[in-house]
Design a protein around this ligand. Structure first.
Ligand code: MSP
Length: 523
């Protein structure tokens, strides 16, 4: 039986104003999902939308629409963005889906029956955009510590989840399974900022919010958005429904990938809920950093003065989704904050995609065309330089797998590009054009074969990250879609097969001209 792999993004607040920052988590998960599929695993990649809460009602009202009308539009918009970015999700959950609402009610009722939820009254500072309650001491200058906006003092009858009872269990979880929360620094953040100061019970219902899932046994209460949202990871698999086969197959999740600002919900609240329900915990919660723009997060609830183009709907059609995806994997050190700038993106497009990868492929293909009518040549005795290239490629390939074990997309893409760089250096040294003049056909064939093998292996490795351009190269080489093949074999191509012709993969850009065009397009 195939090994399973279950990966999730957070469910998104539906919006038609998604920036590259918002899309980052989904883009990241996509490469991990595709990589695992190519490893032959049975992958479930889940994403979706988080559709309840006061903020949604307010946005719908502002747009002059019913919640349902408003949400349907936003969801279509979100899905079309994922399509544009070649996101290969297997399931899209909406928290307004009937099966989800029913399962959430069931979870709430079970927690109540088990004594983990009780009725009380809530007094606190509420931030509507963040859907979060804060205590006086958590406020920063009297404002929401997450988004810096105004908060309102509220008091109401509410149900509470006994989160305080789970502090020791969560600490033990981090101690016994340090791999549960990554990167490591996130553990300290959770322990020092939330667990050590003391976990308080969590308010998990509201009577003032109408747009939410009603508590089954007390319907004037709606379930707090996070208690509605977090269980999507199991309800999407059919937990609590008549068909739990996917739940049995895929749970526990291999990794929940999320941005750092929502780690506390995933690494404290979610495991506590699962422990209370008696369910297995996810194997890993990975809290990535933020994509920063001029020193600020491209935030969901705070407006920044955005001068550069961060709209994926403009960038993707113009430069390809592969280019955007690659840039984010490579440039933002995975797990940490990283700066985005249009200039850095355009510069890397030229240096890495156009010069390094694109040029390697087009030079090699044109030489095979010129000297051998595009027929893949066989190889003869390898020289020391050929052997060194082979060794290098096979070693870096192993590195890519090691990095992907740790979800380190930045190091994985760096290793892939090391392969391309090495091959370009090899061309300069091997000088196939000079060999052609000597008439040493065997040597010429061997050099070109070594280059084609490097491109094949590099192309296979690059496919999860840049699926379109890599696929074009692999198709041209005659490599079928599907699992990684012959990555430890430097002789994996079929000799005598004709190379299909390829257009230029990443035409070089005029950076200054692009910067000007983009600033007018993105105003
Ligand atoms: N609805 C909640 C998640 C509930 S999961 C049970 C939510 N949604 S969100 O739409 O605000 O965020 C979705 C993802 O986008 C999060 O992982 C968030 O960290 C990510 N990002 C939004 N802006 C970002 C950056 N500027 N940089 C990187 N990722 C950021 O939170």
């Amino acid at each position: 039986m195939k090994e399973k792999f279950y990966i999730t993004t957070p469910i998104y607040y539906p919006s038609n104003k998604m920036t590259l920052g918002n899309a980052y988590t989904t883009i990241v998960c996509d490469a991990i999902a595709r990589f695992n599929r190519k490893q032959g695993k049975d992958v479930m990649y889940l994403t979706g939308t988080d559709e309840h809460g006061q903020k949604i009602s307010m946005s719908a009202e502002k747009a002059g629409k019913s919640e349902k009308e408003y949400l349907d539009e936003m969801v279509e918009d979100t899905k079309s963005l994922w399509k544009l970015l070649d996101i290969s999700y297997d399931k899209f959950i909406r928290t307004t889906d009937d099966y989800h609402e029913k399962a959430v009610q069931k979870i709430f009722t079970q927690l109540y029956q088990k004594g983990y939820i009780y009725k009380g009254s809530y007094k606190g500072w509420y931030c509507t955009p963040c859907e979060s309650f804060w205590t006086e001491s958590q406020l920063v200058d009297g404002k929401c510590p997450d988004c810096g906006r105004e908060v309102k003092f509220q008091e109401e009858e509410a149900y509470f989840f006994k989160l305080s009872e789970f502090a020791d269990k969560i600490l033990k979880l981090y101690e016994e399974h340090p791999e549960f929360l990554q990167p490591k620094s996130r553990i300290n953040e959770m322990v020092n900022n939330f667990i050590k100061p003391g976990l308080t019970d969590l308010c998990v219902s509201r009577t003032s919010v109408k747009w939410g899932v009603p508590v089954e046994f007390d319907p004037k209460h709606t379930i707090y958005v996070w208690i509605d949202a977090l269980p999507n990871y199991i309800t999407a698999l059919g937990w609590g429904s008549d068909d739990e086969s996917n739940f049995k197959k895929f749970w526990p999740a291999d990794v929940h990938v999320i941005g750092k600002e929502i780690v506390r919900f995933h690494a404290i609240v979610w495991p506590a809920i699962l422990m209370a329900l008696g369910l297995e915990l996810p194997k890993c919660v990975f809290g990535h950093g933020w994509l920063m723009f001029g020193g600020d997060k491209l935030s969901k609830s705070k407006k920044t003065d955005q001068k550069e183009c961060i709209d994926p709907r403009i960038l993707a059609p113009r430069y390809s989704s592969d280019a955007i995806r690659y840039f984010l994997y490579r440039e933002i050190p995975f797990g940490y904050d990283g700066n985005y700038s249009t200039e850095a993106f355009l510069t890397r497009f030229n240096s890495d995609l156009s010069n390094n990868f694109g040029n390697l492929v087009s030079r090699t293909f044109s030489m095979v065309k010129k000297y051998f009518d595009s027929v893949i040549p066989e190889s003869y005795e390898l020289s020391d330089d050929d052997k060194a290239l082979k060794e290098y490629v096979l070693n870096e390939t192993k590195e890519v797998f090691k990095h992907m074990e740790k979800y380190d997309l930045t190091k994985a893409t760096t290793s892939i590009f090391n392969i391309f760089t090495e091959a370009n250096t090899y061309i300069q040294k091997a000088q196939p054009w000079a060999v052609a003049k000597t008439g040493d056909e065997k040597r010429l064939k061997t050099i070109l074969r070594c280059l084609l093998e490097t491109i094949r292996i590099g192309g296979e490795l690059f496919e999860p990250f840049a699926p379109n351009s890599s696929r074009k190269v692999l198709d041209a080489l005659g490599i079928e879609k599907g699992e990684f093949k012959n990555l430890d074999n430097f002789d994996g191509l079929e000799s005598g097969r004709e190379l299909r012709s390829l257009d230029i993969l990443f035409p070089r850009l005029d950076v200054q001209a692009e910067l000007e065009t983009l600033s007018s397009l993105c105003e």
